[in-house]
Design a protein around this ligand. Structure first.
Ligand SMILES: C[S@@+](CC[C@H](N)C(=O)[O-])C[C@H]1O[C@@H](n2cnc3c(N)ncnc32)[C@H](O)[C@@H]1O
Length: 308
């Protein structure tokens, strides 16, 4: 297994270190009146998980992106946006490799570094659902990752159009997203079913690969829609070190606050029963009955104006 894994260990939850970025309460999830802006965890330990996930994805694809932009990135003066950048891990990693290009990360919550950061990086706080605070045709490359569980289908359409709007003609837009694992064991299936039900109650679709592709193919302003899908069995028994680390990320998603409290209502369980059942799901995976986790990249090019 590559160097990336030796550096990163899944960390235990340290509730006392929790930062106070709780956006929507579980009650709001249950009320279900308005689409939630953001209902997933975004605490310190989740940020740790997102950092681990970044390096796992980089290992899986052996790169931070698939769009054909490497030469321009090296040449420099390339302007890159990472939408919903979270802790800014992708941005910071890219900026340290491509030192003469310029990177901007935007996120609803200031979980990114505000003081200590490289000279070629800027972070902005903003809500993409209110429109990106950038002029049309600003960036050479626009990236967004790990947002599948967050936007409703309608919001995806709006956000995709925003990402395309701020991309220069000839520039590239790229998404990196996980797909909910396939072939889970019988116990883990119950968690997946509840997650799908919870998401559908919010008009959020968990398996978005086909939607993203057909959405992009239906937009006349883009061309050359391409994708790559990587598959890894969860757990060390079938997936080795990478499978072990992806499993830790996967488990963190189901175990970190507020997910147990949110999900148990969809499963007719108390939080204690939920946690007990998740232990059984873990055992199922440890015994080798594990799902295949898929991660995909989809990228496309904004057409040149004369092609429009
Ligand atoms: C699962 S994290 C992904 C972070 C980052 N893209 C990564 O891969 O590490 C989701 C991020 O989306 C941000 N987010 C959610 N809704 C947003 C919105 N409407 N506008 C901007 N950022 C948003 C959250 O604050 C959070 O940092």
């Amino acid at each position: 297994m590559g160097k990336a894994f030796s550096t990163f260990r899944a960390r235990k939850s340290i509730r006392s270190k929790r930062a106070s970025f709780a956006f929507e309460s579980v009650q709001n999830v249950q009320k279900d009146a308005e689409p939630l802006k953001y209902f997933l965890p975004n605490f310190i330990e989740d940020t740790d998980i997102m950092v681990i996930l970044h390096f796992l994805d980089r290992y899986l694809f052996q790169s931070n992106f698939n769009a054909p932009i490497e030469e321009q990135l090296i040449d420099g003066n390339f302007k890159i946006l990472d939408a919903c950048c979270g802790a800014g891990t992708w941005v910071l990693d890219m900026a340290s490799i491509y030192k003469s290009s310029n990177f901007i990360g935007i996120d609803l919550c200031p979980v990114f570094p505000t003081e200590i950061k490289p000279y070629n990086v800027e972070f902005v706080q903003g809500d993409i659902l209110e429109g990106l605070p950038f002029e049309d045709n600003t960036f050479d490359y626009v990236h967004q990752g790990n947002m599948v569980e967050i936007y409703t289908l309608g919001q995806w359409r709006f956000i995709t159009m925003e990402l395309i709007r701020v991309c220069k003609p000839g520039g590239y837009i790229e998404f990196t997203e996980p797909e909910l694992g396939s072939n889970p064991g019988p116990i883990l299936s119950k968690f997946y079913d509840a997650l799908i039900e919870l998401s559908e109650s919010r008009n959020v679709k968990i398996r978005m690969y086909d939607n993203l592709i057909s959405n992009l193919n239906s937009i006349p302003m883009v061309q050359n829609v391409e994708s790559e899908l990587k598959c890894i069995p969860l757990g060390s028994r079938r997936g080795g070190n990478a499978g072990h680390e992806y499993l830790e990320v996967h488990n963190g998603f189901f175990l970190n606050v507020p997910m147990p409290e949110t999900m148990c209502k969809f499963m007719g369980l108390s939080v204690e029963q939920y946690l007990e059942m998740f232990k059984e799901a873990r055992k199922e995976v440890a015994d080798g009955i594990s799902p295949e986790c898929e991660v995909y990249r989809i990228w496309c090019q904004k057409i040149y104006e004369e092609d429009e």
